[in-house]
Design a binder for this molecule. Sequence first.
Ligand SMILES: O=c1ccn([C@@H]2O[C@H](COP(=O)(O)O)[C@@H](O)[C@H]2O)c(=O)[nH]1
Length: 315
Amino acid sequence: MDRLIEAINTTQNPSVVGLDPTEALVPAQVVASFADEVRESVESEEELQAAQLAVAYYEFNRTIIDAVAGIVPAVKPQIAMYEALGPAGVDVYAMTCEYARERGLYVLADVKRGDIGSTAAAYARMLTGVGEHDPWSIDAVTVNPYLGTDGITPFVDAATEADKDLFVLVRTSNPSSSELQMLDLADGKKVYEHVADLVEGWGAETIGKYGYSRVGAVVGATHSEEGKALRKRMPHTFFLVPGYGAQGGTAADVRGMFDADGSGAIVNSSRGIIGAWRKSGQYSEGMSADEALELVGESARAATIDMRDNLRAVL
Ligand SMILES: O=c1ccn([C@@H]2O[C@H](COP(=O)(O)O)[C@@H](O)[C@H]2O)c(=O)[nH]1
């Protein structure tokens, strides 16, 4: 986690921009502008839409990355949005990670892996690469702990080998998260508290120079009180905090998830940043693709600065 903490210190900004493009979040004229170019490369008309969206996502992401580089320390591309487009989308995922890395950003791949040990070991190669080849250009992955220790250890080992990180789901931001995570265990703990204790243990051998291990935790901004309690319970665990903005979380809600020095957490916003152009009041369907992308970048930059300043105000 040392590199992430240093990037946060450099930018004085504990926030991460989520790159979760969807058809609705990319201006229509940007998608349309790639129709001719893509038509030449696809084999059938059926492939056209996904291929066109994939190219548009890449251009959109580059615009966002260029607009926020230097202001934020990190981006978090959400793989679901890219996998939905098939192989063309997966290519764009890898290209986006590479571009973000080139722009000096820490890349947190939100892939939420989780499987038995042998399969987890294969998933974990996302962190180490294959031989000399590192096809993903990422710094961290998100992992689902439901399978227990043998589903996590391969990621800890791979992260240690590659000097990278993982973030394990502990208390997720979504409305139904309590169905499982808040269940009472026989020893009086809640399920998420037990997971929190496991996460502290999984990271214990990997504590870096700032006191945090390379095994982080995902703690939703929508669970302010539990997040505050987890901060005390998990003194060596860095938090990734999604749920800010579009899901209702505020700077005040996440304050307790930071440590006494204002470190220990990074807060994500995806739609709130990449979709800011839609709320700018400046968009019109008559804009050219270039004009629309310019607005996307300007709006994302303004929303990023706003989020940074809101967080700074409570830390
Ligand atoms: O508990 C969780 C874990 C992950 N996420 C992911 O974060 C972003 C949030 O997007 P917003 O647009 O800022 O709501 C998204 O990729 C989720 O899959 C989460 O929200 N909560």
